[in-house]
Design a protein around this ligand. Sequence first.
Ligand code: ZN
Length: 160
Amino acid sequence: MTIAENKVVTLHYTLTDDEGTIIDQSDDGSFLYLHGASNIIPGLENALTGKTTGDELKVTVPPEEGYGERDDARRENVPREMFPADAEIKAGMQFHAEGPEGEMMTVTVAGVEGDTVIIDANHPLAGMQLNFDVKVIEVRDALAEEVEHGHVHEPNGHPH
Ligand code: ZN
């Protein structure tokens, strides 16, 4: 079966940065996505269109087709008191926050200066070229309910 809109695709992938450092990988068949539903970054999704089970490909995704360029306007100074008093806040920590449209986003602590915490709401992979080694493991038709929801329900389900 060929990868197209409304297919559920199982992938093995390794994501590395330009130094070859592994950022993320999945090789146990647990990574599934719904093609055509923006579940994955556009650069990878476009490269997979028309591929089929067993295909292996290397995809280099520039920031504009990945997580976007870094935007300094997304760095912000917030008072230390916005964080729990007993929590140790230091550079490099990441936490989840709700964005302006209710979406979950990852926020990184860029630094701490006295009573001020500098936070960075850029995606941790923003501004990076992403190098994927991908193997297509399985392609199947999406269930009507999956198409309706815009995401895959099997095998690990989706928290509703
Ligand atoms: Zn659902």
